[in-house]
Design a protein. Structure first.
Length: 144
């Protein structure tokens, strides 16, 4: 008695989407420190920050990641200091194991005050992240 599993019926649109989707390229083994270690970027900027300034930060982060053997899975952006939806999403991504490294341009992207900056950095580290600073010597102050 040879039983074959019946294929679940699919809507024609679902089949079409399935054909277009390409699985992601496997990431290199992070233990070997070869290119491909996943990294999540985080930026917090004022709402009036120009797209040019934002693009400069993104390119600098991408160059750093490439030089250090990382692949940026995504860059999360908060555009105000009052709402931290992207930071919350970052914590969720760390909890899901998406990455173990977080790249931030400088500590002031976490907040205005030194205490807030350190608390947010420590919160990420307590969730298993290693926080990397693009500009570690940049003084604390307002975000770009």
């Amino acid at each position: 008695m040879n039983r074959q599993k019946a294929e679940p019926s699919m809507h024609p649109d679902d089949r079409q989407d399935q054909r277009r989707w390409t699985p992601p390229t496997p990431v290199a083994d992070p233990v070997t420190h070869s290119p491909g270690r996943p990294l999540i970027g985080y930026i917090r900027v004022r709402p009036d920050t120009s797209e040019t300034r934002f693009e400069v930060l993104r390119r600098a982060m991408a160059a750093f990641a490439s030089r250090e053997g990382f692949v940026i899975s995504r860059i999360l952006v908060d555009r105000t200091f009052e709402h931290t939806a992207a930071f919350t999403e970052l914590l969720a991504a760390l909890g899901d194991g998406e990455a173990r490294h977080v790249l931030v341009p400088a500590l002031h992207h976490f907040g205005h005050c030194d205490g807030v900056q350190l608390a947010m950095k420590e919160l990420l580290e307590s969730n298993g992240a290693r926080v990397l600073l693009l500009f570690p010597s940049q003084a604390a102050g307002t975000a770009s």
